[in-house]
Structures are given as C-alpha cells and as structure tokens.
Design a protein around this ligand. Structure first.
Ligand code: SF4
Ligand code: SF4
Length: 432
C-alpha cells in the first residue's frame, strides 16, 4: 500500500502552499480525447493553463531535469505529470518516468493528473506499486447527456467515438478508475471544469457522486476561454459564481480553492511559478543526448562480497567490481578501489570520478548523500539483493529496476542501511 505524505503536497494541503512546490514533467504528449475548451497549439511562457508546454521530455531526460530543478529549488516536494496530453494516452512514458523518479528520489511525492479514459486497472496496480500517492481525475459531468457536449471525440485504441457513445465510455472508465484508485489507497482529487451553460448547474451532482466514491478533494475550476476552440466564447465564470458553486459542493467534499491552473511544465511554489526561469534548462534537457551519455558509459559497478550476488552496502565496500555487457552475456572487467572512508562528501565525489565510465552502480544499500552525488554525476544507483547477472540484465535492457529493490525493514539510518554503525548521523552521511 502506498505511503502517503499529506503534509508536503501544496495542492492537497493549502497550509503548505507557501513552503513547498511542485514540478510538472512534460513527458506525455498525446491525448486520447478532445475537450471543447482545449487548444494545445499555443506555447507562451506567460500563459498559464493546462495542456501547454514548451517542449516534451523523455523519461530519462525528465530525471536529469528533475535533478537540476531540485538543485535550484529544493522546496520542490512533488513531481507530477499533467500532460501536455494525457498521462495514460502515453502510459509507457508516464510509468517509466514515475519508476525512474521513485528509484532516484525515494522521498519525492509522485502525482498524476488524467482524464481517466486510459487509466486501466493494471495501471492503477502499477502506480500503487511504484508509490504514486496522489492522482487527479478531471471529470466534468456524471451524466452522459451532459458529458457529450464537453468532448468533440473520445479515442479508445483505434476507435474514435463521438456523442453519447463516447460520453458513456469515458464516464464508465472514469468511475471505475476512481474506484480502483481508492481501493489501492491512493489519494484522489476530482477536477471539474465549470462550463457556463454546459455543466454549471450539474457541478454539485458531480461532487455528490465523487463523495460516494470516496474521493478526497474536489476542485471546481473556472473554464479558461481559449482561442480557436468551440468554447472560446462561453465566457469565464466569475469569482462570485465560483464561490457559490464551491460552497454548494462543500456539503459533500472538501474544496480546493487555491488551484492556479498550471501549465504542463509548471515549476515552483503555486503562487511563485518559475516556469519562465526554468524554460532554458527544460529545453536544454529535452535536447540532451541521453543515449549518447549511456554509450559513453559502457560499464556497471557492483558491490558484492563474492561476485555472485549484490550483497554489500556501498558505504561498507572497499572495492567495486566493474562489469560490461558483451555479445555473449556479461563479463567481469576489473576491480577498483573505493575511496577511503571518513572524508564525508569528498569520498562520494571521488567515487563519482572513479566510476565516471559507469552508467549505474548495483548495491544492496546506499545513503541519501551518496545517492544524490552519484545521480548528479550521471550514475544511476540501483538497490537490490539479486544475482549480479539478473540485475545487469535489467539495467542494460532499460527494464524496470524498481522491481529489483530489496524488501527490508527501515532502519534507524535515514540512509537506508540495514545495520547502524558508529558515526551514523541518521541521514545517510554518517557512513561517509
Ligand atoms: Fe486538452 Fe487535457 Fe482535454 Fe487532452 S484531456 S484535450 S490535453 S484539456
Ligand atoms: Fe496544483 Fe491546480 Fe496546479 Fe494541478 S493545476 S498542480 S492542482 S495548483
């Protein structure tokens, strides 16, 4: 079951919106519906609304970008995917990014925002396993006769459905996704876009239905009129009308009143968005040649006592084995000495230099500080207790390495060691 950090998500906890921030990683370009209020062709860094981004990242590029964002803005506690299309019209990119982030940042809150159409039961299982704790489903009506006016089409695989048929399918998928998310222990927010003359007198019915399904938070959002869309002249509901709607919905569910209608590449605190500042960094990351970076790093380092299993904590290893993929399998290349303990950060910086031709390090445990320094240097730490060859196979094939993670009791040490030694400061730096 997912561990939930309620305290540090600025969207779900308004008390911390001035303390903690979020970043949206634009890894999901395709969409599986066409909302009548959405036009994704514009990119303006001054324009703040969902569906808009300056560029698209691959999952690997998203992790590189995440690292740069955290370095510049350590108050970011949440990484979310909110498009620029729909996360589950791009399930591989979405789940791949979430897996990589969980592997690199065990404490990061992971969050997704979807229209619900593609959120199949198997994906719900997977997001719960990865530890995605917060999901938002945008559901604009619970009556297909109303839903049909909100969407131009709905695409299911190769089938494009319009009118009531499309509305019925979308609604069925949304409701079953919400049920499955709640059964998996995920915190769910329902977004409902208020569309004057279309669904504005129906919003309370949506809130009521969401309450029945166990949804945690309701976000009635005023429609943002977007040029060149069927709803461009609908008019934006004013603040007084929105306040009345939220008050009426509050009979059923807690209301979100501080949503800032973010872009798909938003970054920073909710009231202090830094998207324009990070624009250059985001574009540079989208052009970064991650595959080339991996070619430059042909090796994988391993901490092992006997050369068969990954069974040594990085902080306790005096030597590291270097392995390489060959045409016939995997080959041991050499053994390299680890830097001398007792030098704090310097030890891990030296290690990053020693492993500069390695793409990953396989180890049974690693502290927060060495993890951060290695990730920053482009070396992916993979925690596992499996056979070396099995773990090498997963790393070289680009498979889901989070499945290799050892299941163990959390120790006193914040660095994740299974035994606590003298000098442990409880934050993963004491083993330095
Ligand atoms: Fe646009 Fe999002 Fe609707 Fe897709 S689901 S059409 S990206 S608003
Ligand atoms: Fe939070 Fe609203 Fe922005 Fe989503 S759109 S990240 S809910 S403030």
């Amino acid at each position: 079951m997912t561990t939930i950090n309620y305290e540090q998500h600025p969207c779900f906890n308004p008390r911390v919106k001035g303390q903690f921030g979020r970043v949206h990683l634009p890894v999901a370009p395709k969409c599986n519906v066409q909302c009548n209020y959405c036009n994704r062709k514009y990119d303006c860094v001054n324009e703040s609304r969902p569906g808009v981004t300056s560029t698209v990242l691959s999952p690997e590029q998203a992790v590189v970008y995440m690292d740069k964002v955290l370095e510049a803005e350590p108050r970011i506690t949440v990484a979310g995917i909110a498009g620029p299309g729909d996360p589950f019209a791009n399930p591989e990119e979405t789940l791949g990014t979430m897996r990589l982030l969980r592997q690199q940042y065990p404490d990061l809150i992971l969050c997704l925002a979807t229209n619900g159409l593609g959120l199949k039961p198997e994906y719900v299982e997977e997001i719960a396993e990865i530890g995605v704790s917060h999901v938002t489903v945008t559901i604009n009506a619970v009556d297909p006769e109303i839903t049909r006016h909100v969407y131009r089409w709905v695409r299911d695989g190769t089938r494009a459905l319009q009118g009531k048929k499309g509305a019925e399918l979308l609604l069925e998928r949304q409701l079953s996704a919400i049920r499955a998310l709640k059964a998996a222990g995920v915190v769910v927010k329902a977004n409902c876009i208020v569309l004057p003359g279309i669904n504005d007198t129906h919003i309370v019915d949506v809130a009521k239905k969401m309450a029945e399904l166990g949804v945690d938070l309701f976000n009635a959002m005023a429609m943002y009129p977007t040029p060149e869309t069927p709803f461009e002249s609908l008019g934006e509901p004013d603040a007084i009308y929105m306040a009345q709607i939220r008050k009426a919905c509050e009979r059923y569910l807690p209301q979100m009143r501080h949503c800032t209608r973010c872009r798909a590449d938003a970054v920073g605190l909710l009231g202090e968005d830094r998207s324009s500042e990070f624009h250059g960094c985001l574009v540079a990351c989208s052009r970064s040649a991650v595959p080339k970076h991996q070619i430059d790093r042909p090796y994988v380092a391993v901490t092992s006592m006997e050369g068969l299993l990954v069974n040594q904590h990085l902080g306790e290893s005096q030597t590291l084995q270097i392995w390489q993929q060959t045409d016939t399998g995997f080959a041991f290349v050499e053994e390299r000495n680890a830097p001398t303990p007792g030098q704090g950060f310097e030890r891990w910086k030296q290690l990053a230099g020693i492993l500069k031709d390695c793409r990953a390090v396989l180890t049974s445990g690693i502290g927060t500080t060495p993890r951060r320094i290695l990730v920053k240097s482009g070396i992916m730490p993979v925690e596992t207790n499996s056979f070396i060859e099995m773990a090498l196979q997963a790393v070289y094939a680009g498979e889901d390495v989070s499945k290799l993670k050892p299941k163990r009791q959390k120790s006193e040490c914040g660095g994740g060691k299974t035994t606590v030694s003298a000098g442990c400061r409880g934050d993963g730096t004491g083993c330095g």
